[in-house]
Design a protein around this ligand. Structure first.
Ligand SMILES: O=C(CO)[C@@H](O)[C@H](O)COP(=O)(O)O
Ligand SMILES: [Co+2]
Length: 213
């Protein structure tokens, strides 16, 4: 299991230090939550701050867009060369076109599904993706409780990707901890995002290790 700590739970007064620390502590990706105050009722960071995060990080960036105008934000963040850009299917009229745009920048495209969005939505687009991100909380905030219907949903998506795109990764985001990591692994999940569990832990390296099962 790969681990992507969400910097939403970092100390923003010491962001570069916290980003460097999780990278030295063995994380696989650095998860960056971009919120615009419209798609979700919260506002986070733009390219100026994410560029500082990219400088401090020794691991690739995993950008999670929670915004209304995906194309605008893809163009804004592409110069920072993240490994992945994930966008919400609930907010995109032309997902196939946006996937091609993300790929044209040399970035791996990923689609995010809200807790109530069914994986069958991806039947005709899964073949074009490098990753699918399943939300296990409602997007907008860190520190929420894990919604456990993501487990059967990940199992369903695992069946679909075996048929349509075996190389496509499954990532789960929200409320992940040592309490649910085994169920996620058994369901076929490849990458987990963990914000409060990693950043509130007294030993962040140990917290990351406990999820890399
Ligand atoms: O995208 C989001 C929230 O919208 C997440 O990436 C959270 O930031 C994860 O935080 P925890 O639930 O692990 O505290
Ligand atoms: Co996220």
């Amino acid at each position: 299991m790969k681990v992507a700590p969400s910097i939403l739970s970092a100390d923003f007064g010491n962001l570069a230090r916290d980003v460097a620390e999780i990278c030295e502590s063995g994380c696989d990706l650095v998860h960056v939550d971009v919120m615009d105050g419209h798609f979700v009722p919260n506002l986070t960071i733009g390219p100026v701050v994410v560029s500082a995060v990219a400088k401090a990080a020794t691991k690739p960036l995993d950008i999670h867009l929670m915004v209304e105008n995906n194309t605008f934000f893809v163009d804004l963040f592409a110069p920072l060369k993240p490994e992945y850009i994930s966008f919400h299917i609930e907010e995109e009229k032309h997902p196939h076109r946006l996937i091609q745009k993300i790929r044209s920048y040399g970035i791996k495209p990923s689609i995010v599904l809200n807790p109530n969005t069914i994986p069958e939505e991806l039947e005709y687009i899964l073949g074009d993706l490098d990753m699918v991100l399943l939300m296990s909380v409602n997007p907008g905030f860190g520190g929420q409780s894990f919604i456990d219907t993501v487990i059967p949903k990940a199992m369903k998506l695992d069946e679909m990707r075996k048929r349509l795109n075996p190389k496509c990764l499954i990532e789960v985001d929200g409320g992940v901890s040592d309490q649910n990591i085994k169920a996620l692994k058994d369901a076929g999940v490849d990458v987990v995002v963990a914000g409060s569990y990693v950043f509130k832990h007294k030993d962040r390296a140990q917290a990351i290790k406990s999820l890399q099962i």
